[in-house]
Structures are given as C-alpha cells and as structure tokens.
Design a protein around this ligand. Structure first.
Ligand code: CP
Length: 370
C-alpha cells in the first residue's frame, strides 16, 4: 500500500485555511474548500465527499482491510490500542444515531483514543444560550478530535473553519450534517461495494440504483458524489417524483461526466442493476401539513429477490422501516448488516489516517500478516 500522493500541495493548502476569513472561505467552490481540509493528501477535517479522490479511497479501503485483519488477534488488538492512547475524542451528536455514533465510539476504542460524548444540546450550556460555535470551541480545549452530527446544515464546515484559526486547531469529522452530507457513510458504502465486487471487476462499470427519499437523504448525496471516482459507474435514481434527487446532486454528476437516469419504475429496474441502495423516508424534515408520500411501490419485497441478478447486492444505510422486508435479510445478497460492520473498520482507518497512524499500521501488517 503506497501513501496517498501530492503531499506538498495539500500541506500548503492547509496552511492557508488558517488565515482565510469566513466571508472569503464561504465564497470558495466546494472543490477548493475540500482541498483546504486535506493535509498530506489525507483528510484532516472530514467534511465533504469531494475531499476523497480515487487514491485516498483506495488507500483507506486497503487500510481498513489491514486493520480488520490485524484486529483478529489479541496481539493485533493490543498493537492498535496503543496507537492513539495519548488522544481524546468528543462525540458531539445532537441528532439521533445508533450506527454512526457507536461505530465511531468503537473505532476510537480500537485505536486507544478515549471517547467522551454529548448527545443532547440540552445537557450542555447551549441551554443557557451559549452558541454552538462557542460550545465546539470549548470542546477543543479538552479534546484532540471532534466527531459531530448536527441538524444544522453546514455546521461541521463552519466548525472546521473556526477551529483552524484558533490556538488549538483540532480535526473535525462530519458524522452527518442536516440534509446535507454524510461523508463517512459514503466511505463505508464504497468499502462495502468494493468488497462485494472484488470478484466481479470492482466498482468500475457497475450500475447502482438509489431508491427511496433521494431528495432529503444525505447518504445518497454523499455516495452518489463518491461514485464519480469510479469510471463507467451508471447511477439510477428511482422513486416517486416528489422525492427525486435534487438538481444540485445531478449537477455534480453532469460536471463529472457520469451517466445517470431518473426513473420511477422500480420493478422494471431491479433485474438491470448490480446494486440496489434502499433508503427510508426522511420525514423528520417534513412540514406538519405535508401529505405523506406512499413509498410502498419503492419497497424491496421478498418477491423481488428472484428478479435480482445473482451477483447483485441490496444495500441500506439503516435504520430501515418497511422499505426492505425482513424476509430478505437471510438472502446472501442482502448486505446491509455487513455495511454496519464495515462502517466501524473504515472509521478506524479514517481516524488513523487523520492522526497519521496509518503508516505504522501498514508497517505492522507487512511485518506480521502480509
Ligand atoms: N446510517 C446511519 O447514519 O445510521 P445512524 O443514524 O443510526 O447513525
């Protein structure tokens, strides 16, 4: 495994973030901002999927696999847990979460990094009127990493910018920001796709179908963007017109020259694709007087299994409601529970790369397991 490239370019980019005002920063394109958040061609702050090009994605996936194999032995677990035992992490999750929170918590524990948590803004001094920005700056006095999920769109980005110009800049990982982005879910999805298609030529050239709430689902936005790194991937957006993918997400694909189709006939599309990515209705964002959308036509039922190709996979970021029948769980092509597990390994890899513990892991792997 070679270290990701372009080290010097990204070093100087990071330095300039420190001196850039919020007003100037806001006006940059997402690609310019994404560049500023990387350091030595590794993510320092993890805020957008645009920070991950193909070489970083391949690097993190390989690192996650090394870590997964190292962690199979007691000696390996002991090695990993010594890597960041001098660091502390704050998990600031003011939106509900099971998988992202717990997998990051477990990822910290694997690396020996001591996790603390705030899971409700009402238990912090925000209840007394302190701003979110001051709250996050306070955390940076005590911790070496902040992993945050917030209903506020763009808050992770704002925090990363704010902390970069303080005396104690620390990395920020966006664990879900508003309806906006969920970059680490996209990383685990890519890792899962890569592992699933290892024997079928990789992710390149595959047909990926997104189903459900494509308008408000941040996992779809982030994964759709990351998939632009894989040549020949065709993306299908299949749902009720009221829940269709946004114009902005399609513009990302247009700019990358990616083929896509916007569809509404779920049953017709199932036999044509290599991966079905189901999502739930994100009705926590609905207006009170909004008529609910009938999603039953966009639900994966047991009867659909017979039209799915033998090598194809069914994914879901979870949590699910009724959009995948539980009877499908026992089919080997249903891999959403594997996604859950992969999420922990790729998050260990991401944190290790953030703190530059990645090369030590690769060396250990080469010495002991290659
Ligand atoms: N996929 C995902 O983000 O799950 P949680 O909301 O449980 O973290």
């Amino acid at each position: 495994m070679n270290s990701p490239r372009n080290a010097s370019q990204h070093n100087s980019s990071f330095l300039s973030l420190k001196n850039l005002s919020w007003q100037k920063f806001k006006k940059l394109s997402v690609h310019e901002k994404a560049c500023l958040f990387n350091r030595d061609h590794r993510p320092y702050h993890t805020i957008y999927p645009q920070q991950f090009d193909r070489s970083i994605l391949d690097y993190l996936c390989t690192l996650a696999t090394y870590i997964r194999r190292i962690a199979k032995s007691r000696a390996g677990v002991d090695f990993l847990s010594g890597l960041l035992s001098h660091k502390r992490a704050m998990l600031y999750f003011t939106q509900p979460s099971s998988r992202t929170f717990l997998s990051f918590y477990a990822a910290c524990q694997y690396l020996g990094l001591k996790p603390s948590e705030v899971r409700d803004a009402a238990t912090s001094s925000e209840l007394k009127g302190e701003s979110g920005e001051d709250t996050l700056r306070t955390f940076s006095s005590y911790f070496d990493l902040i992993i945050m999920r917030s209903p506020r769109q763009g808050f992770a980005e704002k925090t990363a910018h704010l902390l970069s110009s303080t005396e104690r800049p620390i990395p920020i990982i966006n664990a879900g920001s508003g309806k906006d982005q969920h970059p680490t879910q996209a990383l685990l999805d890519v890792y899962t796709l890569q592992r699933s298609f290892e024997r079928y030529g990789g992710i390149e050239g595959k047909k990926i179908m997104f189903v459900g709430d494509l308008m408000r689902g941040r996992t779809v936005k982030s994964l759709s963007c990351l998939l632009t790194n894989y040549p020949g991937v065709q993306q299908y957006f299949v749902t009720d017109p009221r829940l269709q993918i946004s114009k902005e997400s399609l513009e990302v694909l247009d700019q990358a020259g990616v083929e896509y189709q916007v569809e509404s006939d779920f049953d017709r599309m199932i036999p044509l694709v290599d991966a079905v990515y189901m999502t739930r209705i994100q009705d926590e964002w609905s207006q009170k007087d909004e008529d609910p959308v009938d999603i039953s036509k966009y639900s994966f039922r047991e009867k659909h299994l017979k039209s799915l190709q033998p090598h194809a996979i069914i994914m879901h970021p979870l949590p699910r409601r009724s959009e995948i029948a539980v009877e499908c769980d026992k089919d080997p092509r249903a891999i959403y529970w594997r996604q859950v597990r992969n999420g922990m390994w790729i998050r260990v890899a991401l944190i290790a790369a953030t703190f530059r513990a990645d090369e030590e892991i690769a060396n250990y792997y080469r010495r002991n397991l290659a």
